[in-house]
Design a protein around this ligand. Structure first.
Ligand code: NAD
Length: 352
């Protein structure tokens, strides 16, 4: 193992940029490549794209092969899209060039839920090339799955899990505003749901699969409900404007059943400027079991910072894991990386 872990950041939007900035603060890690298809970013020094006042000596390229074929890195941090079909070509190119992959694509938190054959193919390819592929993030990846699983570790038995993440969407960009229906009329919201352009949260089925898999529950049915959060007041962000009577976001609920009983209930009201109607953000986990466990985090763990941190913090776990496609519940618990990452990978701490 060299003295630094080489990381290629693929996708330099809000999240990929945040990931790159977290990486720059870590000891024993080096950004060896930066990939983005946006012509406004390609050819620029990564420092410029990140809005830093210094150059980093890494040029942003739109040609992944030029970076990956150099083979200078150990891991690709992938932040381009939410969907398995869209990130699969990027994962395949990384893996076949010998790179481990950590992606924040929501569907990759447990890709087998929607793409069982492709998940098997990914696993086989990763094993063939001796690398590990992980999907993670704040949600799915942490708040509504990994954290819940960790809390049940103190339970002798669990009857039901109810978890709520009340969050603020104000910092997010146009894609999220559109998929959450922010600024749509109730009629447009209903049409968007029917057409699939408004989807609410993308990760519920993955979080349910992670929890059920870790606890050994055989889920037989998952129900989902989505409804607009109608604003009583005017709200405005950089990418959305909401008049009274329009949707400020989407309240999305998922219920998973075992033997006809609802055992997992995940509730996720997401909206812009919740404080304008006195709504405080927070993450709440209620476990009915032996013992009952109640956890409240106020305000919410911020989605942007949290996503970048979880993705980076999983680097030693992924580099020390057995090759293949893995999920968060396959690896040891995430923790902040406060030491030399290369040394942690080399064996300074028991991980993976
Ligand atoms: P964004 O739109 O701001 O950035 C995406 C970036 O990827 C852009 O710069 C774009 O040019 C680039 N890109 C897209 N396709 C590419 C390709 N084929 N090749 C090279 N570059 C490409 O999005 P974001 O806010 O940074 O989020 C990225 C993804 O992560 C989104 O799909 C988002 O839903 C997801 N996400 C997941 C979590 C989680 O908790 N798991 C949290 C936040 C975001």
């Amino acid at each position: 193992m060299t003295d630094k872990i080489g990381v290629v950041v693929w996708g330099l939007g809000a999240m990929g940029s945040g990931i790159a900035k977290v990486l720059l603060e870590k000891e024993g890690v080096e950004i060896t490549g930066a990939i983005d298809s946006n012509p406004a970013k390609t050819g620029l020094d990564l420092g410029q794209v990140l809005g830093l006042e210094r150059e980093l000596g890494v040029s942003v390229t739109g040609d992944p092969a030029s970076v990956l074929k150099e083979g200078t890195g150990n891991v690709v941090l992938l932040a381009t899209s939410s969907f398995v079909d869209e990130v699969w070509p990027q994962i395949r190119e990384s893996v076949t060039n010998g790179y481990n992959v950590i992606t924040i694509a929501e569907q990759m938190a447990q890709p087998g839920v929607s793409h069982p054959d492709l998940a098997r193919e990914m696993d086989a390819l990763a094993r063939k090339y001796g690398v590990t592929v992980l999907g993670t993030g704040i949600n799915p990846g942490f708040v509504l799955d990994t954290l819940i699983i960790a809390l049940t570790g103190a339970c002798a038995g669990v009857k039901k899990i109810r978890a709520t993440r009340v969050n603020d969407l104000s910092a997010f960009g146009p894609t999220v505003m559109r998929t959450q229906g922010v600024g749509s009329t109730p009629r447009e919201f209903a049409e968007g749901l029917a057409q699939g352009s408004i989807v609410g949260h993308i990760g519920f089925e993955r979080s349910i699969a992670l929890i059920a898999g870790a606890l050994g529950w055989n889920v037989t049915k998952v129900e989902q409900e989505r409804e607009p959060i109608i604003s009583k007041v005017y709200r405005k962000t950089a990418y959305a404007e909401v008049q009274p009577g329009m949707a400020a976001g989407c309240r999305h609920i998922a219920r998973a059943y075992v033997d006809g009983l609802p055992v997992i209930e995940l509730i996720h009201p997401q909206q812009v400027k919740p404080e304008l109607e006195g709504v405080e953000t927070g993450d709440y986990i209620e476990i009915t079991g032996t013992p009952d466990i109640n956890m409240a985090i106020r305000p919410e763990i911020p989605g942007g910072t949290g996503t970048a941190a979880v993705a980076v913090n999983m680097i030693p776990k992924v580099l020390r894991a057995a090759p293949g496609l893995v999920c968060m519940s396959d690896l040891s618990l995430p923790g902040a990386l406060m030491g030399n990452v290369a040394r942690m990978v080399a064996g300074g701490r028991s991980d993976g």
